[in-house]
Design a protein around this ligand. Sequence first.
Ligand code: ARG
Length: 429
Amino acid sequence: MSDLLWQKPGVAVDAQIQAFLAGDDVILDREFFLHDIAASRAHAEGLQRIGILSADELTGIAHELGTLADDFRSGTFVLDERFEDGHSAIEARLVDRLGDTGRRIHTGRSRNDQVLVATRLWLKEKLARTQALCLEAAEMALQRAGAEAGVPLPGYTHLQRAVVSSAGMWWAGWAEAFIDDSQRARDTAAWIDANPLGSAAGYGVNLALDRDHATQMLGFGRMQVAATYAQLSRGKFELAALEALGSAMLDLRRIAWDLSLFTSAEFGFVALPPEYVTGSSIMPNKRNPDVIELMRGTYASVAAAKSEIEHLLSLPSGYHRDLQVTKGALFHGFGKGLQALALLPDLLRRMQWNPDAMRAALDPSMYATDLAVDLARQGMPFRDAYRQAADPGRWEQGDPQASLAARVSPGAAGDMRLDALHARLAALR
Ligand code: ARG
């Protein structure tokens, strides 16, 4: 390992203790290494603006940071256990290539604000991806809501047959859900869009750092003003991001649940695209919906990441090394969550209904509510109408199209207000 930035003279490094301290930190730092490099570039420019670095020194640092980023992308440079963490690796590279100039890079910054700024930059990208994937899923659902509005589907409550519904209503529900999720990811990204660089170890630094310039250079919407809050918000903003992702995961879990029911022989309503189906090692007949089951299971990874971070945040103010553990949870949660979410739009585009099976599942009892409401509309008090309509002798197989068309309250089958959902979608694009 290269020299530790903080090593005390005369104290030898104990390998076992160092391994515990480092954990898998340097490997995790690969995830936002490029963001750490970008923030280092902004910090160097700030140092030049206040005379700590000369123009030539800045040119040298900027060049070496660019080369490091290229080498990392191409695999020529590997961020590994030779370094304590990604932050140390950047400084080590600059010192190696530029000598004393490299030794100036850490003036007025701390690994504490380095990790904060890299994490925020990384999360802005991940939330943008979350927003885009939810939007894609919503677009697909909305398109199919319009096209399949007239395809009857039983509506269930308690998993018991309730009223006539339609594929269009099912789709419209998911469209609105993923619009909400997309908006939540966008709003959360806007909340996270604040620059902590310059807060140093959490108490600022006795240098007139041009924080506004760094904020603008890194593309942040605003600055995190209080240096102390920059630290206090660690873990909290990761949690908010996981909550936004978790909202999409909640919907993903539920839609996967619907599909796993609907693809069973007992329902037989849906056929999945062949790539989404696997087999059994012993039962040659099996066609298993493993992909949607793993989509459903991904909720657990995101929820576990949230829970791990929540447990870690039981801390007084200021930096504590416990906070390092939030990174693994965050990366794992987003890695799994986005991998699952990325499969959703194509699945929604290609899954197929079996309208005959759906229609066959509509029985006369499912028109009883329509009957009660019809009687009430004609003037009978609803509770009396309800009693009359509860009599199975009055149940008749109805016309699902008529039942759906009569549902004219906004957002219901006859009036799904898809135009309003299209407008929300357009605003999020
Ligand atoms: N790997 C560390 C983390 O994620 C970086 C900050 C280290 N700061 C410190 N004071 N030891 O928290």
